[in-house]
Design a protein around this ligand. Structure first.
Ligand SMILES: Cc1ncc(COP(=O)(O)O)c(C=O)c1O
Length: 385
């Protein structure tokens, strides 16, 4: 996918490569789709909106039982809307937490004054289904369980299929935040039971930022009238109005939606979840192997690593300064990401977005040159240095 001839790398649109958890590098054709203006009440736009909603349901095999409720804003808006709308005022949420996005759900519950409890784990470990079994057995007040699919804080993959089976066994309702994994890792309503999944336009579907969506079981959403404490984040109202009028309640992000349609088309052409996930998995392996060959160490063992974003321990070599490393890579056309861990000094490199295996290899070559330029001799973290 790359076409690099100069020392400064660039994506096909001439922009830096975004080795981040999003927004991500998007295809030229996706960006080009935004070069038009659409009337929000015009037939053409209404058709596009309909197709986008229907394609998103296809990704989870949810056509018969689920509805797609798109929402303006970043991913957090959709997560907040999911919790605020689906959790009744007398409900209780159990949040499985192993990073910042689980903790953010707790914060949302604090704002909304919803009752919740946490099952908490270190950031380098997946959540435990055994603990979940025990907690659901003990606490009959819990009505809903929330889990993060890929906890982007570290890149750890949570066992959502096993979580789903356990929640189903106990007859509770499962809400999934699949923001950074959706469309690269399966969330299949024909195989696992859940009531809602939230994601956004600008991660593995490779659209541009500006909207999220929640795919909700119709029979569940139908019973949520009056739950939401917020007008703009009321999924029930957004859904009812969209079904009734075919229109968004408030000004839709038209350019984002038309770009999203193009991005979804390209996702389908790539072979859907299998094709997209396959490319990201090989990107991830090339990245991890290449970084390890230089001496860097990953936070996670390979079996816990989702093919989305990789956390590396910061080398203890005194010549390694993250800001200097970041700036040098940025000058050469690659934007990486700081760490988000509370427990260890780290940085992150994403392997999602419109990048192929050769683009990752090119990034590794630049990382290697940069390390040499900085005079870093040992890329290992403290324990191994
Ligand atoms: C798992 C997860 N949930 C929620 C979010 C929040 O999305 P946003 O930053 O678009 O609000 C992110 C962002 O990376 C995420 O990775």
């Amino acid at each position: 996918m790359s076409d690099k001839t100069s020392a400064v790398a660039a994506s096909p649109s001439g922009d830096p490569w975004l080795l981040t958890p999003g927004p991500l590098t998007t295809s030229v054709t996706t960006k080009q789709a935004m070069l038009h203006d659409y009337g929000s009440r015009d037939k053409k736009f209404i058709e596009i909106n309909r197709r986008v909603r229907s394609s998103l349901l296809n990704i989870i095999n949810g056509k018969d039982d689920f509805v797609c409720v798109p929402l303006q804003g970043s991913g957090t808006f959709s997560v907040e809307a999911m919790l605020g709308t689906l959790l009744p005022r007398d409900g209780k949420l159990l949040i499985l937490v192993n990073g910042a996005y689980g903790r953010r759900m707790a914060k949302i519950c604090d704002y909304y004054k919803r009752s919740y409890d946490l099952l908490e784990y270190p950031e380098d470990q997946p959540v435990s289904v055994t603990d979940l079994d025990a907690r659901l057995g003990e606490d009959k007040a819990i009505t809903h369980v929330a889990v993060i699919h890929c906890e982007t804080t570290s890149g750890v993959l949570n066992p959502i299929a096993e979580v789903a089976h356990m929640v189903e066994k106990h007859g509770r309702s499962l809400l999934i935040d699949s923001m950074s994994a959706f469309a690269a890792l399966p969330v299949d309503a024909s195989k696992i039971r859940f009531d809602a999944v939230a994601a956004s336009s600008n991660k593995c579907l490779e659209g541009v930022p500006g909207m999220g969506f929640v795919l909700v079981r119709r029979s569940v959403l139908e019973k949520t009238e009056g739950n939401a404490p917020s007008l703009v984040l009321d999924l029930y109202d957004q859904w009812v109005q969209m079904e009734k009028t075919d229109q968004w309640r408030f000004t839709p992000p038209t350019h984002c939606i038309v770009a999203f349609e193009q991005a979804i088309r390209e996702f389908e052409e790539e072979g859907g979840v299998e094709g997209r996930g396959g490319r990201y998995a090989s990107n991830c392996k090339i990245l991890v192997d290449g970084m390890r060959a230089m001496g860097f160490e990953t936070l996670l063992p390979d079996h816990l690593q989702a093919p989305i974003i990789v956390t590396f321990h910061k080398p203890t070599d005194p010549k390694f300064d993250f800001q200097n490393f970041y700036d040098r890579l940025a000058e050469r056309g690659y934007l990486i990401y700081p760490g988000k861990l509370t427990v260890a000094d780290s940085f992150r490199v994403g392997c999602i977005g419109r990048m192929g295996n050769d683009d990752i290899r090119a990034a590794l070559a630049v990382i290697k040159e940069t390390i040499v330029e900085m005079g870093v001799k040992n890329c290992a973290p403290a324990a191994a240095a």
